[in-house]
Design a binder for this molecule. Structure first.
Ligand code: SAH
Ligand code: SF4
Ligand code: F3S
Length: 440
C-alpha cells in the first residue's frame, strides 16, 4: 500500500533524441511507466526518474547525448534517489561501456528491450543496482503497450521495427535489428485508439515502410488505415526508392486521407556513390520513379535526405549531385555531413573526406536546394490550401501554425480556429522552410 501511495506522485521526465521512431518508443515507455505510477513532468528538478532516449545515427547526435548525461551528474549528487536511465539506439550500441563512461547512470536498455522499462525501474526502486540489457536487438514491442501520446493533433503509429538494408554508412540496422512487422489488426486497433483520443493525423512509421510484411502489402495496409473513421490525414515514412511499388503510388493517388507527400531519401546523385552506399538503385531509376509519382499524383510534394562527404566522393560526384537536385526539384531536403560510424562498412573505406571539404560541400548543397525550396514555395503564393491547425506558435500566441497536405509548415493570424480544425488558407508569403497566409 505504501508503494501505491508513493506511486501516486512519482514524476518522469523523458528526453528524446533522434527520429520519429524514438518519439514513438518514448511514448510507449511513458505508457508502461504510467502503469507503475509515473506521470510526466517537464521539470527536471521534480523528476524521480529521467529517461534519455538516444540516437547514434551521426556523431553529433551522440555528442549531444553525452553532454546531456554529463549534466545530470550534479543533479544525481544532489538527489541520490533519482533514477537515470539511458535507452534507445546509443544505449543499444554502447551497452555497458556507457556505464564506464557515466557511472551515475542507473540503467542502460537497448532498443529491443524498451518494453522491459517498467520492470527494470521497479527492480532499481527495490534495490540500487546497475542494469544493462541490450541482449535482444530484434525484440518486439508488445502491442498491448498503450502509448502515452504527446501532442494533440498528429501522432505516430509504428508498423514495423528494424531495417535489413545495410546501407554502408548507416548504423540503424545494427542498433535496431532485423525488420519485423506488426499485425494489421494491431495497427488498425491502435489507429482507432488514437482517433478516439482526438488525434486527426496519423503517420505510419518504419525505417522502410515498403517492405512491410505483416500479412498484407504496405499499399493494402495504407488503404485499410485510410478507411478508419476519424482519420483525417494519413502519412507514412520512410520509403526506400528501391521498392516503392506502383501499387503504393496507386494507393496514394486513390486514397481519400492519404496526403500527397512522399519522403523519398535519395542520399546521393551519382551512381558511383550510390553503389558504394549499397542503395541498390541508380540515378536514372530514381528519376524514372519521380516521373511516375508526379504523373500519378497531382501536386505531390517530394522531400529527400542527402549525405555529402561520403568516402571516395570527388568534386565530379558532388557536381553530379548538385545537377541531380536541380533536375528533380525537391520541395525540401534534409542535408547531412557523412559521419563515420564504427562497425559500418563505410567507416573502413579509403579516401575519407576532410572536414573542411565536407562543410564546403554541405553549404553549397544547401544553397542550391534552398533556392529550389524557396522558388517552389513562392509558386504557391495566392493559392488556397487546406491546413490542419496545430496550435499557437511557440513565440507568439496570436500566430497559429499548421501543415498543408503536402506537409509544408504554414503560419497564419489566429481567429477562432482551434487545434485540430481544418481551414482553408490563402498563401501570402513564402520562405525557404515555411509559408504564411490568411484564413479565408
Ligand atoms: N530509414 C530511413 C532513415 C534512416 S536515418 C531511410 O532509409 O531513409 C535518417 C537519415 O540519416 C538517412 O536518410 C541518412 O540521410 C542519414 N544518415 C544515416 N547514416 C548517416 C551517417 N553515417 N552520416 C550522415 N548521415 C547519415
Ligand atoms: Fe539506414 Fe539504409 Fe536502413 Fe535507412 S534503409 S535505416 S539509411 S540502412
Ligand atoms: Fe532513429 Fe537515430 Fe535510432 S535516427 S533509429 S534514433 S539511430
Amino acid at each position: 500500500m505504501c508503494g501505491i501511495m508513493r506511486g501516486m506522485d512519482k514524476k518522469l521526465k523523458i528526453i528524446t533524441y533522434g527520429c520519429q521512431m524514438n518519439v514513438a518508443d518514448s511514448e510507449r515507455m511513458a505508457g508502461l511507466l504510467r502503469q507503475i505510477g509515473y506521470s510526466l513532468t517537464d521539470d527536471l528538478d521534480a523528476a524521480d526518474l529521467i529517461l534519455i532516449n538516444t540516437c547514434c545515427v551521426r556523431a553529433t547526435a551522440e555528442d549531444k547525448v553525452f553532454g546531456q548525461i554529463g549534466r545530470f551528474k550534479t543533479l544525481k549528487r544532489q538527489k541520490p534517489a533519482l533514477i537515470l536511465g539511458v535507452t534507445g539506439c546509443m544505449a543499444q550500441k554502447e551497452g555497458a561501456d556507457l556505464l564506464k563512461r557515466a557511472p551515475h547512470v542507473d540503467f542502460v536498455l537497448g532498443t529491443g528491450q524498451s518494453s522491459e522499462v517498467a520492470r527494470v525501474v521497479q527492480s532499481i526502486e527495490l534495490e540500487r543496482k546497475h542494469v544493462v540489457d541490450t541482449s535482444n536487438v530484434s525484440g518486439d514491442i508488445p502491442s498491448e503497450v498503450y502509448p502515452l501520446r504527446g501532442g494533440q493533433v498528429s501522432t505516430f503509429v509504428p508498423i514495423m521495427y528494424g531495417c535489413n538494408n545495410f546501407c554502408t554508412y548507416c548504423i540503424v540496422p545494427y542498433v535496431r535489428g532485423r525488420e519485423r512487422s506488426r499485425k494489421p489488426n494491431e495497427i488498425i486497433a491502435e489507429v482507432k485508439q488514437a482517433v478516439a483520443e482526438g488525434f486527426k493525423e496519423i503517420t505510419l512509421l518504419g525505417q522502410n515502410v515498403n517492405s512491410y510484411a505483416g500479412g498484407m502489402t504496405f499499399a493494402e495496409l495504407l488503404a485499410a488505415v485510410d478507411k478508419v473513421a476519424g482519420v483525417e490525414r494519413l502519412r507514412f515514412m520512410t520509403s526506400h526508392p528501391k521498392d516503392l511499388s506502383d501499387e503504393l503510388i496507386a494507393a496514394i493517388a486513390g486514397g481519400e486521407h492519404i496526403c500527397e507527400h512522399i519522403h523519398l531519401p535519395v542520399q546521393y546523385g551519382s551512381d558511383k556513390i550510390l553503389r558504394r552506399m549499397n542503395r541498390v538503385y541508380s540515378v536514372e531509376g530514381y528519376l524514372r520513379l519521380v516521373e511516375k509519382i508526379r504523373a500519378a499524383i497531382p501536386n505531390v510534394s517530394l522531400t529527400t535526405d542527402l549525405i555529402v562527404g561520403f568516402p571516395g566522393e570527388t568534386e565530379e560526384d558532388f557536381q553530379e549531385t548538385l545537377n541531380f537536385i536541380r533536375a528533380v526539384e525537391f520541395d525540401a531536403a534534409f542535408t547531412f555531413i557523412y559521419s563515420r560510424r564504427s562497425g559500418t562498412p563505410a567507416a573502413t573505406f579509403a579516401n575519407q573526406i576532410d572536414d573542411e571539404t565536407k562543410h564546403r560541400r554541405l553549404n553549397e548543397l544547401m544553397t542550391v536546394q534552398n533556392a529550389i525550396s524557396l522558388a517552389k514555395n513562392r509558386a504557391m503564393i495566392d493559392s488556397v490550401v487546406e491546413v490542419l491547425v496545430e496550435g499557437a506558435s511557440k513565440t507568439d500566441d496570436k500566430i497559429f501554425t499548421g501543415r498543408t497536405r503536402s506537409n509544408k509548415l504554414i503560419l497564419f493570424a489566429h481567429g477562432s480556429e482551434r487545434a485540430g480544425d481544418r481551414v482553408n488558407v490563402r498563401i501570402t508569403q513564402a520562405q525557404t522552410w515555411l509559408l504564411k497566409g490568411d484564413v479565408i
